[in-house]
Design a binder for this molecule. Sequence first.
Ligand code: ADP
Ligand code: LRH
Length: 499
Amino acid sequence: SKPSTVLAFDLGASSGRAIVGRLDSEAGQLTIEEIHRFPNDPVKVGSRLHWDILRLFHEIKQGILKSKHLGYAQDVESLAIDSWAVDFGLIAPNGELLGNPYHYRDHQTDGVMDQLVAQIGREKLFAKTGLQFLQFNSIYQLYALKERNPSLLDQADTLLMIPDLLRYFLTGEKHSEYTNATTTQLLNASTRNWDQELLDQLELPSKLLLPPVPSGTKVGSLTTAICEELDVASIPVIAVGEHDTASAVVAVPALDQDFAYLSCGTWSLLGTETLSPVLSEQALEWNFTNEGGVYGTNRLLKNIMGLWLIQECKRAWDKEGRSLGFADLVKLAEQAAPFQCFIDPDDDAFLNPEHMPKQIQQYCRDTQQMVPQSEGEIIRCVMESLALKYRLILERTEQLSGKRYSGLHIVGGGIQNELLCQFTANAILREVWAGPVEGSALGNLVVQWITLGYIANLSEARKLIRNSFPVKTYTPDDGEAWQEAYETFYQMASRSTVK
Ligand code: ADP
Ligand code: LRH
């Protein structure tokens, strides 16, 4: 029988892609083809940082057009979008978008979290939502907006998270998808609906937020206007696990029920899948999160600053005219001396500094370490520190879940940094299993196929991914040196409030 074709749009904080997936159910094989990729550069206007949302919508239309030109469009049975979390657009009563959505790294939320947390109480917020405290969670963005730009909120009829918003542009239908809704820190983990008390505290009208629909729900199809504009037949649209990290976790090719994962892109999201939220005091103290997963699963994980640190070093050097690719930077790091200095990647200073390399140097100076000078020294410091941080968070995940993991699955664009994969194996003293690289897009695709009835469930989907894509094993090396480095890293980071 003919393979089933579906289309995934995966929007990361650094780039977006359109991927065609083809499933041969009889052979138990699936293949993917990247048909479109585009940068997702945020835009600074005055002192505000925005996403270029209309451009992203344009690129999604380009992706649909390309699927047509490649001859797939007539076969595409559905499409779906996933993206980074927490950000949103506001819709006016007349159905139009109000303003440009803000980027979660905009400084408007600086200091806001402490204010609101003092008001509500940290324990209470965690008990209700199960979420980690990140200064850019939607709840703090809304609170900041309330103070800074109240008329915008007053005019708004509906809040739509980024994938909800782009999906609304495509279908004309407004729905809120569950996994991404959990990242707002406004959803109650027990009721899986908006927490009325929190909405009241923020004086947010409850009409703003739509009751979340489960991942995998069919939520309309391309509008007639879009079909005419692109000259394509209408395509059904599915709300998959629209939080990119939820989709990445779907795609972890684990054979066991209990596994640890690292979704490695702009952010490094490290944790495990559990049946219910872990709301212990320890989870709160370590600032772990419980984000909603697909099909009732829970994602116990922690955000680690991730490859953002490298992206931002690259951007600073690009601006200075020393254009180096990621592969060049990794090569330079490989040539630099090991274990010279470490940073805590999750120090607030690294969330959105003016100049990342200088910020890293400053951190090393402040912590009385050697100050890295060359590009290679700086990137080596970042990569070793990330690998060591992964160990800390992996061990904490084990303590919280009460499980022991024999290795770590890594998915996402970051696995192209093979030196980082090797460092990670060395640091955690266990195997690393790297792949697939397009984790989020694959998770997006397989949930569409589950909805369409081609794949039975989540574990079948993971088996299928395991059978269709290579997984590269990295075995730990140089254990003693890394153990010593971990002790130094841990002491250094503890002195400056390990996050
Ligand atoms: P996101 O989805 O968050 O935008 P990706 O999963 O696409 O991010 O990962 C992008 C990151 O992968 C880059 O920031 C870079 O650090 C890393 N990367 C991509 N290609 C390479 C490469 N050839 N060598 C080393 N690292 C790479
Ligand atoms: C990764 C991600 C992560 C969120 C952050 C805002 O792309 O979705 O899970 O915390 O972006």
